[in-house]
Design a protein around this ligand. Structure first.
Ligand code: HEC
Length: 158
């Protein structure tokens, strides 16, 4: 085989690999990594909730009713999606450049960091010092629970 031909094949293979890589990276919607500051803040917050809730910290939240999921799906795009993303992957329109990455609700690992009760508490009270405000003065308790059920339903979805 001539050298020129070998070069051509090499180039072809490299282009193919590059193409594959591009396709792969487009398919995996990776949530943004959590930096050490945010990690520490989350750990402290988790400790606070554990202290506050005691045995209740790990109590699960009952399965959602159809009405709750419907209400959650209706509210989510209006109040949460700008940061947490329309699909809950944490990549909302204004997520870029916020202090602290909006959590991905689809990533099972991120979703498991806080207990169910703690996540509900965070929706009520927010995460101090971050753009995640508390919603208890804005939304009714029923709506907050509906939103929790809705984001829980997103775990593991792509
Ligand atoms: C202005 C942007 C913004 C909006 C709007 C927003 N969030 Fe957040 N949210 C964040 C950020 C940023 C964090 C991560 C805070 C940190 O750094 O610890 C977060 C964290 C959370 C967490 C805790 C992390 C976890 O593991 O679950 C929950 C729950 C949550 N948000 C739910 C909601 C819900 C439900 C709504 C709609 C009612 C909402 N958020 C609206 C920015 C936002």
């Amino acid at each position: 085989m001539s050298n020129a031909r070998k070069d051509n094949i090499c180039l072809y293979i490299m282009l193919l690999l590059f193409g594959l890589l591009m396709i792969l990276s487009a398919c995996t919607t990776e949530s943004k990594p959590i930096d050490p500051t945010q990690q520490q803040r989350m750990s402290e917050l988790r400790k606070r909730f554990k202290n506050e809730l005691g045995e209740k910290y790990d109590l699960s939240i009952p399965a959602a009713t159809a009405a709750q999921l419907k209400r959650g799906a209706e509210l989510y795009p209006q109040v949460c999606a700008s940061c947490h993303g329309g699909r809950g992957d944490g990549l909302g329109k204004i997520s870029e450049g916020l202090a602290g990455n909006p959590t991905s609700f689809t990533d099972p690992e991120q979703a498991a960091f806080f207990s169910e009760r703690a996540r509900l508490g965070i929706i009520r009270k927010g995460v101090p010092g971050t753009p995640m405000m508390g919603w208890q003065n804005v939304l009714t308790e029923e709506d907050i629970q509906a939103l929790y059920c809705y984001i829980r339903s997103l775990i593991g979805q792509k």
